[in-house]
Design a protein around this ligand. Sequence first.
Ligand code: FES
Length: 125
Amino acid sequence: MSDTLNPSEVPFTAVATAGTIPAGQGRVFEVSGRLVAVFFDGETYSAIDDLCPHMGASLGSGPMKDGIVTCPWHAWNFRLCDGTWCDNPQLKVDVFEVRVVDATIEVRVPPAKPVELPTARPSTP
Ligand code: FES
């Protein structure tokens, strides 16, 4: 039996009331032990990992336009639809499902994968 949770089995978590995130902005919420940036483009909501993979800035505080958020520290751009870094599609941030139920914004966020640290090599004499 696998101890990995199927993403579709992760429950949605309520994070905010619809209308409390202004159009063109994001807000950050802690969900499942992770920081999640939720954006509103005026029509739909998007959710990505808040942590910029460059040096850890909060993407949720970056400006957002035309489906792209710009990191506030060094201006890396990420597509909200799939988390792709616009300059190198091989690098992505996690993207999460978002829905609105009875005027409540909900996100489905699996717990972060444990970090695997490299094994230390024995020192040579
Ligand atoms: S910390 Fe985001 S681009 Fe540098």
